[in-house]
Design a protein around this ligand. Structure first.
Ligand code: 3PG
Length: 219
């Protein structure tokens, strides 16, 4: 799976660069330009929109248009159709909470950089067998916290993770200290209500804080 491996490499590069990925729910695509500007102003280079609102696909297109340098992934991908629509909208990467054979097949067919979610060793083994070695760990805090990924490092030494779910700024350092963690995801950087209110200063301030936290963790 040569092409797939190339995509997994570029996915890893995006995630490493990210440090912290804002996981975003957006209700109005008209807010996308302001949001992209606030994230960039704060120094973030990567974001994830979730396909959980009707505005998500249009918002992704608008963010890519407003800030072409910003890598924007589409999360909450559940079906091959979701994956196709997200790619058509210009998603730089795709994120799913879990993995199904249909989704794995679609990712391979489209040569798409998919970050599938896992929670247990058996799910992890299935994802690796399907060709994925860069995985989302979800829901990270509820599923055992950093101790869980520390334990995974022994039997699954080649797998790298992006933990997401319940990770606030106070927990970022504990996760990023793990050698098998590339980045963490969290909704605290750009909360849904702050986007709806157009609180770009607040979001830019959170983004700046995220950049500092990621820098401190890698120092
Ligand atoms: C999500 O599902 O929205 C992400 O995992 C973000 O979770 P969080 O709101 O706990 O950061």
């Amino acid at each position: 799976m040569k092409d797939g491996e190339r995509d997994i490499m570029s996915l890893q590069q995006i995630l490493r660069r990210a440090g912290i990925i804002p996981v975003i729910e957006i209700d109005d695509a008209a807010r996308a330009q302001g949001l992209a500007g606030a994230l960039m102003e704060g120094g973030l280079e990567v974001a994830e929109l979730t396909l959980r609102t009707p505005a998500a696909l249009e918002a992704l297109e608008a963010m890519k248009c407003a800030a072409p340098a910003l890598k924007v992934g589409m999360g909450s991908i559940a079906t091959p159709g979701d994956l196709r629509r997200a790619l058509e909208a210009g998603a730089d990467f795709l994120v799913s909470a879990g993995l199904t054979p249909a989704l794995a097949g679609a990712a391979q067919a489209h040569n798409a950089p998919l970050l599938p979610g896992v929670m247990t060793p058996s799910e992890l083994m299935e994802a690796v067998q399907a060709g994925f070695s860069t995985l989302k760990f979800f829901p990270a805090e509820a599923a055992g916290g950093p101790a869980m990924l520390k334990a995974f490092a022994g039997p699954f030494a080649d797998v790298r993770f992006c933990p997401t779910g319940g990770i606030g700024p106070e927990r970022v350092a504990a996760w990023l200290a793990l050698p098998n963690v590339l980045c963490v995801g969290g909704s605290w950087v750009a909360p849904r209500a702050a986007i709806a209110h157009g609180d770009w200063q607040g979001i830019a301030a959170n983004a700046r804080k995220a950049v500092v936290l990621a820098k401190e963790a890698s120092a």
